[in-house]
Design a binder for this molecule. Structure first.
Ligand SMILES: [Zn+2]
Length: 492
């Protein structure tokens, strides 16, 4: 995904930002790039308003600069300026219809307004590009869960008069669309029927920004739209929106590819703004209950409020006060028995880390270990009695030290983090295991790690708690740093 390019550009930010303090006006492309780096630095420090001022300066010089629009969209989203944020991402898509950050950004933005169905169409467009992305799949899961939990009336989109059709669309198309939606006829059969309609101008769609590469998968919302139109649940133009998407994605090939003029772009943007205004009106009229797609902020708010609950360190003085694990020698093998107390997960955390803890247990149970030169096996038993537990697992929030972060700091001339502040920490042999749930390094706001990262952190910490030291081997789970990835951050 765009993961790596984005990371690299953020690295570049840190490397030269110190040289360009105090640039007031940008005259050319070079200045624009320097300003962008400066603004991004503010963004990852969480100074969104300062960053936005600079993004606006850049957009004065290069109004369609894609990275600037993306970053401004992210900054506005983090400030809860959802409609503003949506406009930036929409502009990017006008020029680059397969831009992943903007597709996900639109999905998140519509989710933040409670327009979950619209949100899903964007997540599905993004998934068609990056089916394995953890971030996009997390958002897609969210949108599908919330839409069944809180039914709502979707805001109708303003009609785009540039969709036109010989009224009515020939009746024979309806069953074709229905069969295709249900999977009863092949994509190829459906395509040739649609291409016939387009080439003969029986249906017409607005000018289109064609994507350079054909899409690999047809998103579900396109099939659903076709199916709903076949059943007369939605109007003709909703069907054409789906066809339009297939043309844009080069799933359908048409004889004459219409190109967009500046007027077309302006008109599209005008329609989009009207749509956003209608949504805002509906939100206040309906008193719509909205659940935000990215739970990170809720988690950190509640976490900080109940800080004492997770900060088990305060409750005890030292690991020496913990009972030592028991062991037996069976046929020349030490069986070491650990009793583990697991603190509750912070509330509103949709990722289930308590069950992945089971994977960390199995990992260590499956390792060949030695104690006093004899083979040893570790067994874990979960207990809800703190006093008898050898290990307490709890959840914390702090900046992890990764190789990447160290390099960034070095380039910026800041003192690098130390690898042992790293993954939270565990007292050797027994005591408290602190598992880090997220940090502020992705986009300046607190962002949760994905389940896999937290599992690696847990396994590492549990390794310490059974007495293992760090390893020099970067592929070993006991290596002192980890390159974490995020569950919801758009820049990951
Ligand atoms: Zn460690």
């Amino acid at each position: 995904m765009t993961k790596h390019t984005m990371r690299l550009s953020l690295l570049a930010v840190l490397s030269i930002s110190s040289l360009i303090v105090g640039v007031a006006y940008a005259q050319n492309q070079d200045d624009a790039e320097k300003l962008l780096e400066q603004a991004n630095q503010h963004l990852i420090s969480g100074e969104y308003k300062v960053a936005i001022k600079i993004y606006d300066d850049i957009l004065e010089i290069t109004p369609n600069n894609i990275s600037t629009l993306q970053m401004k969209g992210i900054a506005q989203s983090n400030l809860d300026e959802h409609t503003g944020s949506l406009k930036q991402f929409f502009k990017v898509l006008q020029y680059k219809s397969d831009d992943i950050i903007s597709l996900v950004g639109l999905g998140v933005g519509f989710g933040n307004l409670g327009e979950y169905r619209e949100s899903i169409t964007y997540f599905e467009k993004a998934l068609a590009e990056e089916p394995d992305s953890v971030v996009i799949n997390n958002y897609w899961d969210f949108a599908n869960a919330v839409i069944t939990k809180y039914p709502y009336t979707p805001t109708e989109k303003p009609k785009d008069p540039r969709y036109s059709w010989a009224a009515p669309i020939p009746e024979w198309i309806r069953p074709v669309a229905g069969w295709w939606s249900a999977g009863d006829i092949s994509d190829a059969e459906f395509k040739s029927a649609m291409e016939f309609l387009l080439d003969n101008k029986i249906i017409q769609i607005p000018p289109t920004e064609m994507q350079s590469q054909p899409e690999k998968q047809i998103p579900q919302w396109v099939r659903d739209n076709a199916g709903m139109w076949a059943d007369r649940q939605v109007a003709d133009d909703m069907f054409l929106v789906a066809i339009h998407h297939l043309v844009e994605q080069r799933v359908l090939s048409i004889l004459v590819e219409p190109t967009k003029s500046q007027e077309d772009l302006d008109y599209e943007f005008y329609l989009f703004e009207r749509y956003l205004r209608d949504i805002s009106n509906n939100i206040s009229k309906e008193k719509r209950y909205i659940e935000y797609p990215n739970p990170s902020r809720d988690v950190i708010k509640k976490f900080l409020r109940d800080y004492v609950k997770w900060n088990l360190e305060a409750a005890t003085t030292a690991s020496t006060t913990f009972p030592s694990p028991t062991y037996v020698l069976e046929d020349g093998v030490y069986i070491v028995n650990y009793k583990v107390f697991i603190n509750d997960q912070p509330t509103n955390l949709p990722l289930d880390h308590v069950s992945t803890l089971g994977n960390s247990f199995s990992f260590w149970t499956g390792q060949d270990l030695t104690v006093n030169d004899l083979p040893a096996r570790i067994e874990f038993v979960v207990t809800n009695q703190k006093h008898e537990a050898n290990v307490w697992v709890t959840w914390v929030v702090r900046d992890l030290c990764s190789d990447e972060l160290q390099k960034k700091a070095e380039r910026a001339g800041i003192e690098p983090c130390k690898p042992d502040q790293i993954l939270g920490h565990a007292h050797l042999g027994k005591g408290i295991v602190e598992v880090t749930l997220g940090d502020y390094n992705c986009d300046g706001s607190f962002q949760l790690y994905d389940v896999k990262s937290v599992e690696s952190i847990m396994t590492h910490e549990l390794g310490h708690s059974i007495g293992l030291q760090h390893s020099d081997n970067p592929t070993n789970i006991m290596y002192p740093t980890i390159d974490q990835s995020y569950a919801y951050c758009l820049l990951s």
